[in-house]
Write a protein that binds this ligand. Structure first.
Ligand SMILES: Cc1cc2nc3c(=O)[nH]c(=O)nc-3n(C[C@H](O)[C@H](O)[C@H](O)COP(=O)(O)OP(=O)(O)OC[C@H]3O[C@@H](n4cnc5c(N)ncnc54)[C@H](O)[C@@H]3O)c2cc1C
Ligand code: FES
Length: 256
């Protein structure tokens, strides 16, 4: 468990916030794709924490930046935390992306608030010197986050799709992703977003014979393997997303 203090908490897109917390030890421990389980003050069922990935960690500054969509009581109360306020979190949780050694080119596919863990995958690829392209989908232009960060990490291309056509191509990001995979040249795919999106990406990667990982979302109560609320059906049986995930080999997942 780590105590933290809020450094900043700002709206960065329609319904999406960035909270920067000071948690020096945590900032040195997090690996891309892992998550934290935050106790949010004022939430009625205070036993339940909010599981969130992280967008950036700065070990030197001792800070961790988390991007979150306000969807219910927990995330709404999180958006009300002022700079200087404090709470605690559990983490790092689970395990992150496992980019294969020797990968030459990767495709990252992010939908909605699935961008933060994809920034983590981009960070690893950037450190490994692996070229990568990105397909990014959002409901609308006002909900797009992460393009500047992905470009700064060295993305060779970022294809944007929106459901309503207000930015990029009108449609789902799974279409350009499938088209790129069909062209060939990739040997790793990482994806995070809505379950139907990840299922399509996994199928396109399988059709192209490319190893694919997905970061799955499940309801989580404890976040450390004690409650069985976060089960994922895999070809090897039920696996808890909090301990065996949230990143899974897509070819092993039965229910996304
Ligand atoms: C490993 C992991 C990483 C995540 N990373 C992020 C992130 O970086 N940014 C982000 O915005 N969100 C992330 N989420 C989702 C986030 O945990 C939920 O949106 C949050 O718990 C909702 O809590 P709430 O109290 O605001 O809403 P609630 O009132 O609890 O729920 C509102 C709606 O969200 C659904 N929901 C609640 N919890 C989850 C959950 N754990 N997974 C999927 N749907 C849920 C509910 O069914 C309901 O429809 C992540 C989830 C997991 C499991
Ligand atoms: S959240 Fe309790 S076992 Fe995974």
């Amino acid at each position: 468990m780590h105590d933290f203090e809020v450094v900043s908490n700002d709206k960065i897109a329609d319904g999406i916030y960035s909270i920067v917390i000071s948690a020096p030890k945590l900032a040195t421990m997090l690996e891309p794709g892992q998550f934290v389980n935050i106790a949010v003050p004022g939430v009625s069922a205070n036993l339940l924490r909010v599981p969130l990935s992280y967008a950036k960690a700065d070990p030197e500054a001792g800070t961790v930046e988390i991007w979150y969509a306000v969807v219910g009581e927990g995330t709404r109360n999180l958006s009300l935390m002022e700079p200087g306020s404090t709470s605690n979190l559990l983490g790092p949780g689970g395990h992150g992306w496992r980019v294969p050694e020797g990968a030459g080119r990767a495709l990252l596919v992010a939908g909605g608030i699935g961008v933060p863990p994809i920034l983590g995958a981009a960070t690893i690829l950037s450190q490994m010197g692996v070229a990568f392209d990105v397909c990014l989908g959002a409901a609308s232009a006002s909900k797009i986050v992460g393009v500047d960060e992905l470009c700064a990490l060295g993305a060779e291309s970022v294809s944007i799709s929106t459901d309503d056509g207000t930015a990029g191509t009108c449609g789902f990001c799974t279409d350009p992703a499938a088209a790129l995979l069909a062209k060939g040249g990739y040997d790793y795919v990482a994806s995070c977003g809505p379950a139907p999106m990840m299922k399509k990406v996994a199928q396109a990667a399988a059709d192209a014979g490319v190893y694919c990982e997905v970061s799955l979302e499940r309801m989580m109560s404890c976040g450390f393997g004690a409650c069985n609320t976060c089960n994922v059906e895999t070809v090897d049986g039920m696996k808890g997303a909090c301990m065996c995930g949230p990143v899974f080999d897509a070819s092993k997942v039965v229910v996304f």
